[in-house]
Ligand binder design. Structure first.
Ligand SMILES: Cc1ncc(COP(=O)(O)O)c(C=O)c1O
Length: 390
């Protein structure tokens, strides 16, 4: 007989967010930015819940950002009125139409990030068609210089040249520069160095533009792994040219972000509630959730770590309060939980919470998540724009 069923009112699998942790993380993020005297534009792709965005804004975030124009439209419909779209793209077809709707929306402030002159030319045409200037920031690929891990963006040395082209375009209001540093060395020293290198490079690049008469009203950096050192530098009076920071995952956290230095294990607010469906095998239990719930993020970046493989499989998460359980093999709708301690077995019908490797992926596959506090379901958060290709 199972002693106590966790959250019996919920169907499993269900995605939970611990309200105490969520609120503490939101508060910590806001306090870091307030103490640094820098504006917080929360990156919200991790949860995409308009109601969590509103909690972040109530705590001090002045605006938000996310990757796509579709996500931006969904949040704008939910009442979020200052949104920056971070992923440079060529606005064609349906993306153009969606961007136009956003730009025409009364009271809505939209800024887009681009990294090519060709993209900017298209956006300038859109602006001219609407009789407006579209606010644009230029994405700088800081990682290419600070650690060689290039994702996207204009190379730092080409920034001035590209910015000069942007400012010539009649349908664009060039606002400044955007960077998203992604440290590879996740030790405390490694994160500090990435933060320092990124801020130095971005501030120097902004100065270069200003010297040429290009205004840089917007200068943003700062992800979850680097926000602590960046806020400290700013408290010390350094890099005052930075106008805003944009951390994201920090407020919910997961196992992969923990490995990247973005959150501690204690900060993880998200988990998946699952039910044990079978204990037929003596060495493992089967749960009612698989790839369709957890996604397939096996954190391959950690594949060289000594405990990465076990019984031929990496792990898909960590059971809350049960380090004796190894979350091992997943198929589409079920998962295997192996006993590392043969004296602590699970029972059929028992529920456990698993902190997943990648909470962004987990939430993106759900319509709603549940805010829980000390064992009770407190509220339901709709995942805004779910099912709209965001
Ligand atoms: C472009 C961009 N900016 C900011 C963020 C937020 O970064 P983090 O979640 O590390 O705080 C992300 C996250 O994916 C991102 O892709």
């Amino acid at each position: 007989m199972v002693a106590r069923i966790l959250y019996p009112e919920l169907k499993t699998p269900a995605v939970l967010v611990d309200m105490d942790r969520l609120e503490a993380n939101i508060r910590e993020m806001s306090d870091l930015c307030k103490s640094a005297g820098v504006k917080l534009r929360a990156h919200v792709k991790v949860h995409m819940c308009a109601d969590i965005v509103k909690m972040q804004m109530a705590a001090g975030a002045y605006a938000v950002e996310l990757g796509t124009v579709y996500g931006a439209e969904a949040l704008a419909e939910a009442g979020i009125n200052d949104i920056l779209i971070t992923h440079p793209t060529s606005y064609t077809g349906d993306k153009t139409e969606t961007l136009k709707r956003l730009l025409k929306k009364r009271g809505q402030k939209t800024t887009i990030v681009l990294d090519m002159v060709e993209q900017a030319q298209t956006v300038s045409q859109i602006g001219q068609e609407l009789g407006k200037k579209v606010q644009v920031a230029l994405k700088v690929d800081v990682n290419a210089v600070i650690n060689g891990f290039s994702r996207f963006g204009v190379l730092p040395e080409a920034t001035l040249k590209v910015a000069k082209e942007f400012v010539k375009l009649p349908g664009i209001d060039f606002k400044g520069l955007y960077a998203h540093e992604m440290p590879l060395n996740t030790t405390k020293e490694g994160l500090e160095k990435a933060a320092l290198d990124c801020c130095t490079l971005m501030v120097d690049t902004a100065k270069l533009l200003k010297k040429e008469g290009i205004p840089v009203e917007h200068l943003s950096v700062g992800g979850s792994p680097t926000i602590r050192p960046i806020s400290r530098f700013m408290r010390e009076g350094k890099f005052r040219e930075i106008t805003e920071v944009h951390p994201g995952n920090f407020i919910i956290g997961d196992i992969s972000y923990m490995k990247e230095g973005g959150n501690t294990r204690e900060m993880c607010a998200g988990s998946v509630l699952v039910t044990v469906t079978s204990t037929a095998h003596p060495e493992k239990a089967i749960i009612d959730a698989g790839f369709k719930t957890f996604g397939g993020d096996y954190m391959v970046g950690a594949a060289k770590e000594p405990d990465y493989w076990w019984n031929g499989w990496p792990t898909f998460g960590e059971a809350q309060g049960r380090l004796d359980l190894r979350c091992g093999f997943l198929s589409a709708e079920v998962g295997s939980i192996y006993y590392m301690d043969p004296y602590r077995k699970l029972e059929v019908g028992e529920r456990i919470e698993i902190v997943p490797n990648n909470i962004t992926l987990v939430i993106a596959m759900h319509d709603q998540i549940y805010g829980v506090r000390r064992g009770k379901v407190e509220r339901t958060f709709a995942v805004t724009g779910h099912g709209r290709g965001i």
